[in-house]
Ligand binder design. Structure first.
Ligand code: ZN
Length: 403
């Protein structure tokens, strides 16, 4: 191709482009005027009429009830029933529920399954400091949980939930475990206590619920195995056999004459014989297999410690002093005189422990004295009902005192 012919072609190109553009514009004009306006045609150019099908699913805004009954993870699950696009703009600002204690939801009563899930998650979070096992089975076959916290050679025992309705003691025990673990890994300072020092000395054996059948009956719709007199679900204190476990230990068992009903009862039945119940046997075995320096049995009726009876007026020579210390730190009032009525001390776990080992065994009624009636505390008001800001030091001060 010569230089002249190249120049001729280049001079033709702008004219060609303009011509093609004009032809296309004219074609589009004709199409707009003459083509039919049916739906199939319009669909290619407009948005789909059913916009809902293409929107992303919308996370639920958790209601108060959801948060109480499930973990914060579950409350953020995606809803498949979300409907309106107007909510989409608010999704990113939906608050994430983060509790101070984000493993144990202490604002919710701990059902059996929640308790175990919490124990497992705590042990995953603090594997060097915390472990768990099953120390036996309940009357209905539920696993009895034992959590070990600390690394020390000395042992202390904490038992919660011996009375079914007093579920808040289970919540309290689990919250303590989490709170103590967090403080331990963050330097150990816990109020006036050094948890690193205390747990180098001690391992706490913590039973978050020694009567899971009773608490499932009281708070989760389960049923006793036998016909129970005076049955009131929300005030149910016994095990699945209608036996009050804190009157079932083989300690002055025959002296108990205030058990109003000789048959399975909501509260007032000591059982056919001392140590007849599997839950009682398992606790006794746990104590016999370990040399516990002290035992705290957690209850939720009142704001008081029961630490003395005429048989064991000051077990180990230190129980009185320990309870004075508990009162000064936590505000939980120390009873003034030894229990003298066999109906009050016969068959009691703490009484049996003191007599058997001559060491402190104390019934600790955690609840704010102003909280009475059938509720035995309500997790929605956990902090005020347990007077948490003071009672949370119970484990630490006891380890410190019984050194
Ligand atoms: Zn109780």
């Amino acid at each position: 191709m010569t230089e002249k012919s190249e120049n001729q072609i280049s001079s033709l190109q702008p004219k060609l482009v303009v011509g093609i553009a004009l032809a296309l514009a004219f074609s589009l004009l004709l199409a707009t005027i003459f083509l039919p306006k049916n739906d199939s045609y319009i669909l290619y150019f407009d948005s789909p009429t059913d916009t809902k099908t293409s929107l992303p699913a919308i996370p639920n805004t958790p209601s108060t009830t959801d948060v109480e009954d499930t973990s914060s993870v579950e409350s953020s699950k995606v809803s498949s029933t979300a409907e309106t696009s107007s909510v989409v703009s608010t999704v990113s600002s939906t608050p994430v529920v983060v509790e101070e204690n984000n493993i144990i939801n202490y604002k919710s009563r701990q059902t059996y399954s929640m308790m175990w899930k919490g124990i497992e998650n705590l042990c995953k979070e603090y594997p060097e400091f915390l472990s768990y096992s099953v120390y036996g089975k309940s009357t209905k076959g539920r696993s009895l949980p034992l959590v070990k916290m600390g690394t020390g050679a000395k042992k202390g025992l904490i038992v919660a939930g011996i009375h079914g309705t007093e579920h808040i003691t289970t919540t309290y025990a689990l919250r303590c475990i989490e709170d103590y673990c967090r403080a331990y890994v963050n330097g150990g300072r816990y109020g006036n206590y050094n948890l690193v020092d205390l747990f180098n000395k001690y391992t706490l054996y913590i039973v978050p619920n020694c009567n899971p059948d009773g608490s499932e009956i009281a708070h989760n719709g389960d049923s006793p195995l036998v016909s129970v007199a005076n049955f009131k679900r929300w005030e149910y204190k016994a095990n699945a056999n209608g036996v009050n476990l804190n009157r079932n230990f083989p300690f002055y068992f025959d002296g108990i004459n205030l058990m109003k009903n000789p048959k399975p009862d909501n509260e007032y039945y000591k059982g056919p014989s001392g140590g007849s119940e599997i839950e009682t046997k398992e606790l006794m075995e746990l104590c016999n297999e370990n040399s516990f320096s002290f035992m705290l049995s957690l209850h939720a009726r009142g704001n008081i410690t029961y630490w003395s009876d005429v048989i064991t007026p000051n077990a180990g020579g230190i129980t009185s002093g320990l309870c004075s210390k508990i009162q000064s730190v936590t505000g939980i009032v120390k009873t003034s005189s030894p229990t003298s009525n066999p109906s009050s001390y016969g068959g009691g776990f703490e009484n049996w422990f003191r007599y058997t080992y001559q060491r402190p065994g104390i019934c600790v009624e955690l609840m704010n004295a102003g909280i009475t009636g059938s509720t035995s505390g309500n997790e929605q008001n956990f902090d005020s009902h347990t007077i948490w800001y003071k009672t949370k030091y119970l484990f630490a001060l006891t380890m410190d005192y019984v050194s």
